[in-house]
Design a protein around this ligand. Structure first.
Ligand code: FAD
Length: 381
């Protein structure tokens, strides 16, 4: 008899389960998760502190309620240690669970910075609800917070922490924040916006060591500058979780490799969400995983359906300078046309026929993201 096992209870795993239940109310479904299995929306984690939200206030239903809602078995605090794609089973501690279809919704690990010093292990990262609970506890006594990484998540936390009354330093190796997503003028606007709410930038530098100091920590930069901090938060990137799949002989590169049907190289095994590399795209955001979940649910319910990506702009949650960015699909050539004014920056990436291929908008300009998104080509038609 057909039975489906999903590993992971993040947005990818639970969204897939919900979409599947719209199409098939009966197929036996087991969701196995290393965490507590509570439903939550991860994007809320980087702007919850200033609102005074606890982890419990951010969380939705507990695992037993999710199980009931989804007509599924949810195995919380259960880490899958091995996949056997030949026997079609997974191993959790001493238990072997058989599947006919297996879905990997394993997420991604925060990249740990390479740091010397006797307090390198004290550097925090926030990638799930339990991390957020620990982070919030640590922030209670922390006045000065140093953030390593001025990408999307680092900037969002910087804004949130400064609104919550903390003194924030950001260390970022490039000369502008979000340098991989934004053209210079838009990045500079974000930089100014965050500086305006009290954030101190250390651009063009990396941290080399974190040591205990008389009070808090001393963060040493590559030019010898030392920042005094009560807490250090790393936000230098995410790495898709691929080792469980690789150990089972399932192909992975930047992420677990799947085709547009979300099929891995092993028969009956699928992947979606932050762990997946879908036809060459690694897009660790909510909109892509929603598109993947809808397509995969249809496939699992008996109608093979390829995932389609429309243009999917991302909103950076930095109220000090809102940013909307639509990245350019790979292989499309063009150039930036940048207009700056009181309303913010409007940077359009256009081909030589003036066709819009991508954009970066800051401040009030971010308000036109929906209208502009309609003019963009699909990321994966
Ligand atoms: P996860 O939520 O990480 O879930 C992975 C699951 O797999 C977990 O349940 C974990 O326990 C389980 N697991 C892993 N290994 C095992 C194992 N061996 N056995 C059992 N279970 C296992 N995106 C946006 O689009 N907009 C935003 O504004 C935005 N803001 C963000 C803010 C922050 C702070 C962060 C960190 C991310 C943000 N993102 C945002 C990205 C977005 O949240 C993620 O793309 C999405 O939540 C990923 O969901 P996921 O289910 O793939 O992974």
């Amino acid at each position: 008899m057909e039975h489906i096992v999903i590993i992971g209870s993040g947005l990818a795993g639970y969204t897939l389960a919900r979409e599947l239940r719209k199409l098939d109310k009966a197929v036996p479904l087991i969701i196995i998760t290393a965490d507590d299995g509570r439903y939550y929306s991860k994007p809320l984690l980087s702007n919850a502190l200033a609102q005074g939200k606890t982890a419990d206030q951010l969380a939705g239903a507990f695992a037993p309620v999710m199980a009931e809602q989804l007509n599924a078995e949810v195995l919380a605090f259960s880490r899958v240690e091995e996949i056997d794609p030949v026997a079609r089973s997974v191993r959790v501690a001493q238990r072997v669970i058989a599947y006919s279809k297996l879905v990997l919704a394993l997420g991604a690990d925060p990249v740990r910075p390479q740091l010397a010093g006797n307090a390198a292990d004290s550097v925090l990262s926030v990638n799930d609800l339990m991390d957020y609970a620990r982070f919030r506890e640590r922030m209670a006594g922390a006045r000065r917070v140093t953030i390593l990484g001025g990408g999307l998540i680092g900037c969002e936390f910087a804004n949130d922490l400064s609104h919550a009354g903390h003194q924030v330093d950001i260390v970022h190796p490039a000369l502008h924040p979000l340098d991989r997503l934004l053209p210079e003028a838009a990045a500079q606007d974000l930089q100014r916006g965050l500086a305006g709410v009290g954030v101190t930038w250390h651009l063009g530098h990396t941290a080399t060591a974190v040591n205990h100091a008389a009070a808090g920590y001393a963060v040493t930069l590559d030019d010898g500058v030392i920042i005094a901090a009560d807490a250090v938060l790393a936000a230098i990137g995410l790495r898709p979780r691929v080792t469980l799949a690789q150990a089972a002989g399932i192909r992975a590169a930047r992420g677990i490799q799947v085709n547009r049907l979300l099929e891995t190289s092993a028969a009956g095994v699928y992947a979606l969400g932050d762990c997946a590399e879908v036809a060459g795209h690694v897009l660790p955001y909510v909109m892509p995983l929603m598109a993947q979940a809808r397509a995969l649910a249809a496939t699992l319910a008996g109608t093979p359906t390829e995932v389609v990506y429309p243009a999917m702009p991302v909103m950076v949650k930095t109220p000090a300078c809102p940013v909307a960015v639509a990245t350019v699909a790979e292989g499309l050539a063009g150039s930036w046309q940048v207009a700056c004014g009181e309303e913010g920056v409007c940077a359009l990436y256009q081909d030589d026929q003036q066709g819009l291929l991508g954009f970066a908008l800051t401040g009030k300009q971010a308000g036109q993201r929906q209208a502009l998104a309609k003019r963009l080509p699909a990321l994966m038609p």
